[in-house]
Design a protein around this ligand. Sequence first.
Ligand code: ADP
Ligand code: MG
Length: 225
Amino acid sequence: MPVTAETTARELVEVLREHGATRAEIRLEQWDGRRVVVKDFGVGTWALRLIGLVLMAREWRAHRRLVGVPGIPACLRRERWRLTFECVEGAPMPLADPEALTPEYFARLYDLVREMHARGVAHGDLKSRNNVLVDINGLPAVVDFSAAFTLGRNPVEALVVPYLKVEDLRAIGKAKLRSAPHLLTAEEEQLLAHRPPFVRAATAFLHQVRLLIKRVSAMAHRGMK
Ligand SMILES: Nc1ncnc2c1ncn2[C@@H]1O[C@H](COP(=O)(O)OP(=O)(O)O)[C@@H](O)[C@H]1O
Ligand SMILES: [Mg+2]
């Protein structure tokens, strides 16, 4: 049943993760009997809310482009401080049964990421294997588009998206190296061995930006206590 704006019966099932200085609270809820995942930035300091506004806008924009891509849970609703998603029943890659990480699984993961790229979205944070799930049917799912870049009118996105697409593909190689090294192909090994200078420079820059955001919000967090 689709979750509509009129949905009223919502029930907390469990808090999957507490919020942090820069991270939303993640809750499993039941809406009219349907399990959904809620990402809530409205539970912390003003800094978390401010960060949330930016991250939620990025995530929402990417999801609108990705409607209907198999393996990308639909974003069902956007509210001021939170987003609600279809729940993927399964586990993030680090907690998944290693037997589920088959060549077929990775082939589907590449299909998913290529479809995403074809629609003009680069994920940007696939190196965090918690963003890559294995569902109960053994199929891949990808969540967390808060670091995603979506092609549009902004020229910065047009500059960054090609670089992030390469990073997305390298991240799958890295995930394989960590979780199923015996499945690495020669092509993937080559991709992992060579890191173009522009990738290094951009990664170092983004790392500094993230550190700065963390510092500012940690200061705000302390200020609230
Ligand atoms: N739609 C979903 N279905 C199932 N689990 C999810 C879903 N969205 C997020 N999660 C779980 O919650 C974790 C944190 O969510 P995520 O969107 O990655 O937040 P963050 O931006 O803080 O990393 C994910 O690693 C995943 O395990
Ligand atoms: Mg994440």
